[in-house]
Design a protein. Structure first.
Length: 379
């Protein structure tokens, strides 16, 4: 889905991310890589900025597969050129550094995973250089920790990008902001698409432990079904930050733990399994319904049947039958057994989910939406 920009102005855009290079406990990198690739393919000029050293990339470098993951990113995304800066330097030096990088841009987008001091520097440069400044929120802090979000001075920004309608409404009602647009995450189908692979697992889940935000949900919707079906079906989990008690629970349930999985290898892992599950963090099933997060888009784009723990699709992003919803662990076990016993039905479901992704939820779709938002601000 490409948009003809022959009669539209080319945008000069700079995007500040915690990291594009590292996806270690950084699901934001998945979507942002694809979105920026799609913006560039539309003809826009895109600058990608991230700190030279930060939490995600520093942890990635400690992984055995860390360097190979960075090499793979460079190989698969040769069109994304990352400009790093030293975030720890004095504010005046950082401001001078960023002034040089931003002197010719129309828009700067700041992702929410940054310190508020960077927002203040960018506001200062916005007033000096005249670009439009947008804040991009793909997290739940505006709901769970609004006092942290208040430190960014968002009332001075030119607009907010929120990854769900419930978050958009929260910014309008709780923070009193008017220029807020919904920009959902989506699948980068240049990477996530059906692949042929030997089936080595029956059920796989790719997800991180998450600071007790879903440990009970992992127990109910994955470990209990795995325990009940041990010896019948093969279960595997990939992710990071699993504490010793979490790893012990996986072993007791007979679940194979694969550790850190570079996201660019996820499509192959999906296709080597017969189905996958989605276990949302508690915030997205209760306080912020309607936001599926990136794994749903990526799994469906990979052409694998999906069973999801509870969340409310209040925006009707998907059609009935794109995947299965269950409300408790017993239903999850029943749904897993049913799909594994009925492979034709599972394949039909996977094909339907993929069809919806290609029709509505690719990074090309979101690049067009972001372009329209920017053109609205320019007007």
């Amino acid at each position: 889905m490409r948009t003809d920009l022959s009669n539209q102005p080319k945008l000069h855009l700079a995007y500040f991310a915690h990291s594009f290079r590292s996806d270690w406990n950084n699901g934001n990198a998945h979507f942002l890589r694809g979105l920026m690739r799609a913006m560039g393919a539309m003809g826009h000029e895109v600058k990608l900025l991230e700190p030279a050293s930060e939490w995600s990339i520093d942890n990635l470098r400690q992984e055995a597969a860390g360097q190979s993951a960075l090499d793979e990113f460079a190989r698969i995304y040769p069109d994304l050129h990352i400009d790093t800066y030293a975030s720890a330097q004095a504010d005046d030096l950082l401001c001078a550094c960023l002034r040089e990088k931003l002197h010719d841009v129309d828009f700067v987008i700041l992702h929410e995973w940054h310190p508020p001091v960077l927002a203040q520097l960018l506001l200062q440069l916005r007033d000096e250089l005249g670009f439009r400044l947008l804040f991009h929120d793909t997290h739940h802090r505006a709901s769970s920790s609004p006092e942290q979000i208040a430190l960014f001075g968002l009332e001075r920004f030119d607009g907010i990008l929120a990854f769900g309608e419930v978050l958009r409404n929260l910014y309008r009602e709780r923070f009193g902001l008017e220029r807020v647009w919904t920009l959902h995450e989506a699948a980068d189908v240049s990477v996530f698409h059906p692949q042929t692979a030997e089936r080595t697992e029956d059920v796989v889940w790719i997800g991180n432990w998450g600071d007790e935000e879903r440990s009970a949900e992992i127990e109910e919707f994955f470990l209990r079904p795995a325990t009940a079906l041990a010896g019948i079906h093969r279960f595997a989990i990939y992710g990071v930050r699993y504490p010793p008690e979490g790893l012990a629970a996986l072993a007791q349930a007979g679940v194979r733990y694969g550790g850190y999985l570079p996201n660019l290898q996820a499509p192959c892992v999906y296709r080597s399994s017969r189905l996958t599950v989605h276990i949302p963090r508690r915030q997205y099933s209760s306080a912020m319904p309607g936001i599926p997060t990136i794994r749903v888009f990526e799994a469906l784009a990979s052409g694998i049947p999906l069973i999801s723990a509870p969340w409310s699709d209040t925006e009707q992003l998907f059609r009935a039958g794109d995947f299965l919803f269950v409300t408790n662990g017993e239903q999850m076990q029943t749904a897993i057994t049913h799909l594994l016993r009925n492979p034709d039905q599972a394949e039909d479901q996977a094909a339907r989910g993929l069809e919806t992704i290609l029709a509505r939820h690719t990074c090309d779709h979101r690049a067009q939406e972001l372009t329209q938002i920017c053109q609205e601000l320019l007007a």
